[in-house]
Design a binder for this molecule. Structure first.
Ligand code: ADP
Ligand code: ADP
Ligand code: ZN
Length: 215
């Protein structure tokens, strides 16, 4: 099964992706995590991406397309995969389509997680991240031990782009560049709507129901 998780920043894509990945044994491909890892390792890609990310802008398409092409060519994706945070623009959609066609694959379903702006701002401003990719929330999803990751015990941090100014910009960028993808995947009959305003486990139950229709 090949899945895309679509939704605005803070909708809960990463949170649900972790659960789906465990439940369905699919590799979780988060372009945000890949970029942050490159930044912390100071790779050439990380150096190029850093300033875009801290301003809340999208990183240029050609960099993302190179990343996703390489990632989808790995053997762990041959039995299915889940994309979280890619595609975010129409050129990224087109590139994905081409990569999959070339290798005789296709997308099965696009889960669009819907949450209103007021709630997104609350979620993003209280988010705390672990380097392992797990996200927490100071009020809505706190770790067992304050400031530390439940799964790897790593120290939690606040992302630079989860500060008020970058959040505002990311929501504008989302509406302009990523929201048009909803229409695109609706026309392709791949889009399934998920009400992201519920609590984490209720959303996951809803997603599992939707995914029962695919294999
Ligand atoms: P969130 O889930 O909060 O939206 P992500 O971790 O997915 O954040 O992405 C963080 C940042 O990484 C984005 O604001 C953007 O700068 C960059 N990024 C991640 N994925 C992409 C992508 N597909 N295209 C362009 N930029 C991306
Ligand atoms: P995204 O990957 O879409 O940017 P995350 O999964 O990182 O979003 O979630 C954003 C923030 O909201 C995190 O702090 C997370 O713990 C919290 N969160 C995720 N899902 C919910 C939910 N259903 N209700 C309340 N808070 C949530
Ligand atoms: Zn961790």
């Amino acid at each position: 099964m090949n899945i895309i998780l679509l939704g605005p920043p803070g909708a809960g894509k990463g949170t649900q992706a972790k659960k789906i990945s465990e439940n369905c044994s699919l590799p979780h491909i988060s372009t945000g995590d890949i970029l942050r890892e490159n930044i912390s390792n100071n790779t050439p890609l990380g150096v190029k991406a850093k300033s875009y990310m801290s301003r809340g802008e999208l990183v240029p398409d050609e960099l993302l397309i190179t990343i996703i092409k390489e990632r989808l060519s790995r053997s762990d994706c041959s039995g299915g995969f889940m994309l979280d945070g890619y595609p975010r623009t129409i050129p990224q959609v087109d590139a994905l389509q081409m990569i999959l066609t070339e290798s005789g694959r296709k997308m099965d379903v696009v889960l669009n997680i819907d949450v209103d702006d007021e709630e997104l701002i609350k979620r993003l401003s209280g988010r705390r991240m672990c380097a392992c990719g797990t996200s927490y929330h100071v009020d809505f999803n706190p770790p067992e031990k304050e400031g530390f990751c439940d799964s790897c015990k790593g120290k939690l941090y606040q992302r630079e782009d989860d500060r008020a100014e970058a959040i505002r910009n990311r929501l504008i960028v989302y509406k302009k560049q990523t929201q048009p993808l909803i229409n695109y995947y609706t026309k392709k009959a791949l889009l399934r709507r998920i009400d992201g305003s519920k609590d984490i486990s209720a959303i996951f139950e809803g997603i599992k129901k939707v995914l029962e229709n695919y294999d």
